[in-house]
Design a protein around this ligand. Structure first.
Ligand SMILES: Cc1cc2nc3c(=O)[nH]c(=O)nc-3n(C[C@H](O)[C@H](O)[C@H](O)COP(=O)(O)O)c2cc1C
Length: 183
């Protein structure tokens, strides 16, 4: 099992694809929250043993999905015993619009990490924000707190912009490097 666990919800597969890219870069274990907002019992052990936990959710109505929020509320018992204190955390979100209030979701994921007494890993990539920038460029959405991905409303899972997927993979590598440095 990896030192890094990515716990995420995906209603329609797009956020799952992003999580896979992150996992490829980080060498991370994927932990999926199901459509009812639940995890397999064994997944809680995976999260307890991880040095770094990455939170991921699509942005639905300007915040994380209710399934991710159910998971977050279920972590309150761990919060009470400080079970995740001083772990490393990072976050990502994906939505249809270039902005789409993704920042609100990411800010809340960071708050969740803070509630657990965690140490937050930022994206660490310069934005591609010149006139020449395209959807093939890294960090074209200009994230800094964490990873932002756009899946246009009519895009299939296989049509997520390559630049966003590359950004996810590079973020995964950074998370692995920082995890190793703190170990
Ligand atoms: C209930 C619901 C609410 C949504 N709200 C937003 C939103 O606030 N901003 C946005 O840009 N996209 C919004 N979307 C679009 C999704 O974020 C987008 O389709 C995303 O790729 C879904 O990821 P998933 O396939 O992992 O579920 C919403 C979609 C749904 C189903």
């Amino acid at each position: 099992m990896s030192d890094i666990a990515i716990v995420y919800h995906s209603g329609y597969g797009h956020t799952h694809k992003v999580a896979e890219q992150l996992a490829a870069g980080a060498g991370a274990t994927l932990v999926a929250i199901d459509e009812n907002g639940n995890l397999p019992d064994s997944a809680w052990d995976t999260l307890a043993q991880a040095k770094t936990i990455v939170f991921g959710s699509p942005t639905y109505m300007g915040n994380a999905s209710w399934q991710f929020k159910k998971f977050a509320d279920a972590t309150s018992k761990i919060w009470y015993t400080r079970g995740w204190e001083n772990k490393l955390f990072a976050g990502f979100t994906n939505s249809a619009s270039p902005v789409g209030d993704k920042g609100a979701t990411l800010a809340w994921l960071q708050v969740l990490a803070g509630q657990h007494g965690g140490v937050w890993i930022s994206l660490g990539q310069l934005p591609s924000n010149t006139k020449a920038a395209t959807t093939a460029d890294a960090n074209r959405l200009g994230g800094s707190t964490g990873l932002l991905v756009q899946s246009p409303a009519d895009a299939s899972v296989d049509e997520i912009p390559q630049g966003d997927l590359d950004t996810a993979k590079a973020f995964g590598k950074r998370i692995a490097e920082i995890t190793a440095r703190f170990s």
